[in-house]
Write a protein that binds this ligand. Sequence first.
Ligand code: BG6
Length: 464
Amino acid sequence: MTRKLLPALYHLGRHGQLSDDFRILGVGRSSEMDHGALRRTMCEALVEAGLGRHRPEEWCERTIYYHSIHDNTPEDFARLRCAIETLEREHQLTSRRVFYLALPPQAFPGTIIGLGEAGLNISSGWTRLVIEKPFGRDLASARELNDIVHRYFDESQIYRIDHYLGKETVQNLMVFRFANPIFESLWNRSQVESVQITVAESLGIDSRAGYYEHAGAMRDMIQNHLSQLLCLIAMEVPDAFDAEAIRDEKNKVMRVIAPVQPDDIVFGQYQWGTIEGEEVVGYRDEAGVAASSRTETFVAMKLEVPNWRWQGVPFYLRTGKRMPRRSSRIMVTFRCAPVALFKPYACPVNANVLGITLQPEEGFDLQFEVKHPGQPLTVASQRLRFRYAEAFSPLPDAYETLLLDILAGDATLFVRGDWVERSWKLYTPVLENPPAVEPYAAGTWGPPASKKLLARDNRVWLPV
Ligand code: BG6
């Protein structure tokens, strides 16, 4: 809330992108908190986030209110309704309401039921419900949560957040594919040899052991962020650029992915190591982590998308904490030339690779082969290179994009209920029967088994 959401709201407010009648009603359990105390806390958070120079006090004073709730009883939600209506009346606000559930997942069902039973699922304007991940922890719990949400809210009112979808470079995947026919015509099994998706983080788990111990990399990253990236790479061209058409195509990808084979997945957990010259502790030594924890902080896996376009093309996914650096890249390797024409000159010819960098150096590189000047004939790899930072001003924050879309009622960048269930359906068998967790030193690219997963197919992880 204070790390991402609040700075994004403040930034939008300061740049006039929120309407004059925008207000935040913070709802929490603390009865000691009041409007003034919450405003002070939020102001401090903004200063801490480096946003203090424009004096956020005034914005906080005008925008932020507080209401305390006790035990999620029907009376509590009736009082909340009253507080909302009073705020709207006193400030002559139209009833356009967003309920943003930035809550621990176990609080989702009770809160949604409370809101619905109090009649807060509808208003004279519009009402939208925003749910942060994790949406369920397996297929059964995701279905149960979807059932509860749908009891009170129509799917068109629900905005399930996956902040990766708000990143400019992730949105650009669709523009890149569908506005550049030269790439789209290569985007299939005849031309693409394999796809690698890596989301590597140098960070550990900070102070999030309570959450992470129950999540692990599979639930934290693979089920949502990396699977969304996979869908954007593998989906067919939607018949329109709108939320339903795009999300329909993503669903088709999830539906066709073959079940993950036990030999095709590797779990790892970081141990003591060094990153950029700094020593870091192992996962089991992090505060709040059990000494015998088997939670995976690294996953590498191979998936098949056996449809007309992708049959036979492996998709390798990899994510981990405490990797050597932060880097999220998608590498699309194209097929080699059908005949080794330059073989007599003993010069190896590399495959063409399209590297799409989602962060930190947003952009892409297309690797191709050129003749090295001089004799004897040799071939060398060069790159065509595009960097967002060189072409455009700083990229907007993902949360700002998503918040504006919620207010505008555009669900294109949000996760639909059926996609969530398909994704959990694919990964629940792995979660129920996980592979052994293998150790890796912090500051490395995961356990040796990750390399072997590709070596088995005569491939290597491309540098990211
Ligand atoms: C979050 C995960 O969804 O994404 C975190 O819960 C992870 O564990 C984060 O660190 C990564 O996001 P980003 O935008 O920093 O790549």
